[in-house]
Design a protein around this ligand. Sequence first.
Ligand code: SF4
Ligand code: SF4
Length: 307
Amino acid sequence: MSAHQKNTELIKTEAKRLGFLSCGISKAEFLEEEAPRLEKWLRNNMNGEMQYMENNFDKRLDPTKLVEGSKSVISLLLNYYPEEKQLDGTYKISKYAYGQDYHYVIKTKLKQLQEFISEEIGEVNGRAFVDSAPVLDKAWAAKSGLGWIGKHSNLLTQQVGSFYFIAELIIDLELEYDSRVTDHCGTCTACLDACPTKAIVAPYVVDGSKCISYFTIELKNELPAEFHGKFDDWMFGCDVCQDVCPWNRFSKPHQEPLFDPKPELLSMTKKDWEEITEEVFRKVFQKSAVKRTKFSGLTRNIDFLKK
Ligand code: SF4
Ligand code: SF4
């Protein structure tokens, strides 16, 4: 067994032990296939007000420009599919935001993986990324064989669907590289048909500026009147295209206690949400990613839904 193979095996085994669903590795190089797609998407203003997506165009496509001397991109998936869901018929938040903010939970695990690499393999330089603008995490995960990018533009696997976070370690160590898996969307169009705002404008093309996730989380201004009544009761994010995807029948509940929701989150009715106070907000979303919208953002969304 070569040193590359041995190190690759060590890293993948440790990633599993740390609780990651899977780990795939690619050579750190310019993302040739992704470049024209990203350029076209930005040219058509599908990023809406998400200006940060236009920044660092070169760095986003080439990890060696982002992390000097980098050789490998290690992609990792962490399951967030919850065992219990919110009440039926209430205002909804995306399942990824049920528990504690994933940025911190995953960063801790990535740090542990980096420490393991330093101890077992030697001094390795690199950087960890969690849902961070300069890294095209879905493209890297797909290149590393962790799944394919579905027509709803999320990473998708036959084994566990799509309810997981994607994170990366970009390091200056050469490893064994994985190859892509095939696309299994076939003739299915369930996500395109179900999207409440018709944001999936064509297979594999999501107009971010029409997506409920963008409206409820990213958009700072008033919500656009023409979308009134089209949010399907989503007050933070939206899971519709993933919920209807047949591959998500294979989602299994996560085993990460930090992703468990506060009990109040599961029991609040529409009326409770409409009457939410800042104090309740702070309690229910303590350490949660929902804090990103602040109390004012969430109540703006709820007001838009109840009108
Ligand atoms: S998250 Fe919701 S609004 Fe956005 S593309 Fe999917 S179904 Fe459409
Ligand atoms: S719903 Fe169907 S088309 Fe959409 S991502 Fe899933 S399998 Fe692909």
